[in-house]
Ligand binder design. Structure first.
Ligand SMILES: [Fe+2]
Length: 249
């Protein structure tokens, strides 16, 4: 299997490229529209054909490249079935493996950051989106977020995976790239150790995070699998403009 972890600096998003060596087919998890040319170049270098894009959830901080990649190279769009996006070709459900060549993901419904959020287990790796970040987790104060649901998604579903499963997050803001289930169970300050649900509720209620500046553009755009809004203010134009570096991360 071919694996690349790619970083988009504006929203600090990790995109994951998984390729099947036998069929030459590839999937991109959480591609970002402004990094699409970088991703296409990477696929070309590796001699892979993009078969699918696969989103973990409806993002609020960037626009998915799913639609633009489909238009550019004919890839199909996979995303959680419960979000019921009409632009999606494959609806992901828990208990229904998602296969691209010899690469087989086990989808895990992990609500809390958003109600439709999924993580994807692939052998000894799990792509946790914004449910579980390295020593953190996604916020739960918009997009049908639910603190209690996130507590159970992480502690009962993700933390029940084998200790040595590697955790690949949807974002990192401190240049960290990978963790493990054992490490997060031990070190995650919000959800690890013997954190109770009451303590977690308290932590999440007191984060004092600012209103996310791009959410009002990103969510409607992502409900259409990645449409850049025509009325984007100039100070946010970078979210839809191709980033200048051809290779990042
Ligand atoms: Fe998110």
């Amino acid at each position: 299997m071919i694996f690349r972890q790619l970083f988009e600096p504006l929203s600090s998003t990790y995109t994951y490229l998984l390729g099947c060596e036998e069929t030459g087919l590839a999937v991109l998890i959480d591609p970002v529209v402004s990094a699409m040319e970088r991703d296409l170049l990477e696929l070309k270098h590796l001699g892979l054909t993009l078969a699918y894009t696969l989103d973990t959830h409806i993002h609020a901080d960037h626009i998915t490249a799913a639609r633009h990649l489909k238009e550019a190279v004919g890839s199909k769009i996979a995303s959680p079935a419960c979000d019921r996006l009409p632009c999606t070709e494959v609806g992901i459900e828990e208990g229904k493996p998602f296969q691209v060549g010899s690469v087989t993901f086990q989808p895990l419904h992990t609500p809390g950051h958003t109600d439709g959020h999924f993580a994807y287990l692939l052998n000894d790796r799990v792509f946790t989106g914004d449910a579980l970040l390295i020593e953190g987790c996604g916020r739960t104060d918009f997009q049908n977020g639910d603190t209690d649901a996130l507590y159970y998604s992480v502690r009962e579903k993700l933390f029940s995976l084998a200790d040595d499963v590697l955790v690949y997050p949807g974002h990192d803001y401190k240049d960290r790239r990978v963790s493990s289930i054992a490490q997060e169970k031990k070190r995650n300050p919000r959800l690890g150790g013997d954190r109770t649900l009451e303590e977690f509720r308290d932590i999440m209620a007191n984060l004092n995070l600012p209103y996310p500046k791009f959410v009002d553009y990103a969510v409607p755009g992502n409900r259409q699998c990645g449409v850049c809004p025509p009325n984007l203010p100039e100070n946010m134009a970078n979210y839809c403009r191709q980033m200048t570096e051809s290779r990042q991360g």
